[in-house]
Design a protein around this ligand. Structure first.
Ligand code: FAD
Length: 298
């Protein structure tokens, strides 16, 4: 499609921005229009000026996204590096904006004597992405801590919503309405005086020992089926190291797929389908992708 943006935004958007620059797998074709708002007012004005038929996608740090090689038609809004304020609201609650890196929540809560928030240090995404995914690690989950959220709709109007308006599951969040995105969240924690940064370091060291941290991946590709682990099923189906193009199933953690440098999104998507098919044939279990797959084939 040919997205028309209002004249005041012509110089503020990037056209045909390669999304491989914005995803942790380092793959993905271009966004027709890419917009990184400076602040809430600019975001609201941009949304208000956008024709109602233009598709809108949001990304945070792209750490859970497979964007296909043909890219994304319409507008991609990125909150990374902006909309990232974090403030203490009360004795036990904080307010973070959607573009905030999760690791900052972990560090700030430790400084403020609040917890348990250390698990946020293990999620290499933004708070907006964590809210959309109900991201979790080390036994903690984002929505265990959500009191309320602030959202914005495609007309640029903001809404305050209570936690109870969302249906929350494992890596699943069903909003009360579509076409609304997270701007901020109020999170509650317990008083944990004496919490120390070393607790985060211990968790991250544990993770580094078990996962291929530092390589190009999207974390876990599949959710764990009830009572089992996707990694165990993939490994026991003999798939560790299985390769398509420059993408392979990690030797270190079988639920990770690594881009060794030159993989295309199509390589990764084919590998995902191969893993799904093989696990289903061997174990009779259909794995559900945790990663979000977007865009058109190249
Ligand atoms: C090495 C590695 C380890 C990981 N470990 C974990 C882990 O332990 N636990 C875990 O849960 N995940 C893990 N992940 C996956 C990923 O970090 C999380 O899913 C994270 O929450 C995604 O955040 P993001 O900002 O990168 O979102 P993106 O990947 O950019 O987007 C993910 C989804 O969120 C939506 N979204 C983003 N921002 C908003 C917004 N403001 N409003 C509405 N929707 C929005 C997007 O549209 C998309 O559907 C890991 C990833 C990597 C690379």
């Amino acid at each position: 499609m040919n997205v028309a943006v209002a004249p005041e935004f012509t110089a503020r958007v990037r056209r045909n921005e390669p999304l491989s620059r914005h995803t942790s797998w380092h793959v993905g074709g271009p966004a027709e229009v890419f917009f990184n708002p400076r602040d809430r007012a600019e975001l609201a004005a941009f949304l208000r000026a956008l024709p109602a038929t233009v598709p809108i996608h949001w990304i945070g740090l792209g750490s859970n996204l497979l964007v296909r090689d043909g890219g994304i038609a319409g507008v991609v809004i990125s909150t990374h590096g902006t909309l990232d304020a974090l403030a203490r609201l009360s004795d036990t609650s904080v307010r973070g904006e959607a573009g905030l890196a999760c690791a900052r929540i972990a560090r700030a809560c430790i400084k403020w004597g609040l917890g348990p928030a250390e698990f946020f240090a293990g999620i290499p995404g933004t708070l907006g992405g964590a809210l959309a995914m109900n991201a979790g690690a080390f036994g903690g989950e984002t929505w265990q801590h959500v009191l309320a959220v602030e959202t914005i709709d495609r007309a640029g109007r903001t809404h305050q919503r209570d936690r109870g308006e969302y249906r929350i599951g494992y890596r699943e969040v069903i909003p009360p309405t579509s076409d609304e995105w997270f701007l901020a969240a109020e999170l509650s924690f317990e008083r944990r005086p004496g919490a120390h940064e070393s607790e985060v370091r211990v968790l991250l060291a544990r993770r580094k020992a078990a996962q291929p941290i530092g390589e190009w991946s999207c974390g876990s590709v599949f959710t764990n089926p009830p009572g089992d682990h996707a990694a165990r099923l993939i490994e026991s189906a003999g798939l560790k190291g299985f390769r398509i193009g420059d993408a392979s199933v990690s030797h270190k953690h079988a639920n990770f797929i690594i881009n060794h440098g030159q993989a295309s999104a199509a390589d990764i998507e084919r590998l995902i389908a191969h893993v799904q098919g093989t696990v289903e044939r061997v174990h009779g279990i259909r794995l559900r992708p945790e990663v979000r797959i977007l865009g058109v084939a190249g």
